[in-house]
Design a protein around this ligand. Structure first.
Ligand SMILES: C[S@@+](CC[C@H](N)C(=O)[O-])C[C@H]1O[C@@H](n2cnc3c(N)ncnc32)[C@H](O)[C@@H]1O
Length: 242
């Protein structure tokens, strides 16, 4: 898999660059997310949580790459006993903490900083794992997914929402035009980070989506994996069990 990093001139590891990038854009992340996706990202998270609800996992839930916590907050509707919202960027977590506080969810959701490729959790600790738009940013995808497997209980489920590549004319051409020209421009102007929103389409292109991702899940110890493509294939929900 081609390694795409946010800052081309940086000598830092992808992991440190990703942390720095999300720390930089954290104050404007939510606005840009909803604006650039026309709010569709909220519907995708809702759909993913609805799928998870079919697995009756009401124990402990881990939201990896939680960022500002939107997926963890959406998952609170499932009434789990505990949600750990985990991310490498402290600034993203701080935005999430404020949102959870306002919604009265501070007791339910614990925001914790760390690296998804080496997590400070016991084996078989969680009933379910959710990740939205996170795995694409991992330095070592297989290492991260193998960690998911380790901290999941037997029969635990992982629900991963990630960007994917639309395949069909004319939507594909229209979307790529928007994704490679308009989105980076607006993202750069609003976020004040010149690279973050060019990194987004580049990292989506390099990411092994569709059947490739399903086979990586299998190699990392997951079974019964399936996918649901959303909005002409712009995003995909992957579901797998330990
Ligand atoms: C695009 S944001 C997604 C945030 C949130 N899940 C959402 O749905 O909006 C990606 C997040 O992944 C986090 N991330 C990237 N690599 C990570 C890693 N190795 N460990 C933990 N978090 C990571 C980033 O800090 C960032 O907050």
């Amino acid at each position: 898999m081609l390694k795409v990093t946010p800052y081309k001139d940086s000598t830092q590891q992808k992991k440190q660059q990703v942390e720095q990038m999300f720390d930089n854009i954290a104050p404007r992340y939510d606005f840009l997310n909803h604006f650039l996706s026309l709010g569709i990202d909220k519907l995708w998270r809702k759909k993913a949580i609805k799928i998870l609800s079919g697995y009756n996992k009401t124990g402990s839930l881990l939201d990896v790459a939680t960022g500002t916590g939107d997926f963890a907050i959406a998952a609170s509707k499932l009434n789990p006993s505990k949600i750990v919202a985990f991310d490498i960027s402290e600034q993203m977590l701080n935005v999430g903490r404020i949102k959870a506080e306002k919604l009265g969810l501070s007791k339910l959701i614990e925001f914790k900083k760390g690296d998804s490729e080496s997590m400070p959790f016991s084996d078989r600790q969680f009933d379910a794992i959710t990740v939205a738009f996170g795995v694409r940013n991992f330095e070592n995808l297989e290492k991260g997914l193998t960690e998911f497997n380790r901290v999941l209980k037997p029969d635990g489920v992982v629900v991963i929402l990630e960007f994917s590549k639309p395949k069909y004319f004319p939507f594909k051409q229209f979307y790529f035009f928007y994704f490679f020209t308009i989105l980076p421009l607006v993202g750069k102007l609003v976020s004040k980070d010149s690279s973050a929103y060019s990194y987004l389409p580049e990292s989506v292109m390099a990411f092994p989506d569709d059947q490739k991702f399903l086979s990586i899940l299998k190699n990392c110890g997951f079974s019964r994996s399936k996918q649901k493509r959303l909005t002409f294939g712009i995003a995909t929900i992957y579901i797998a069990q330990k």
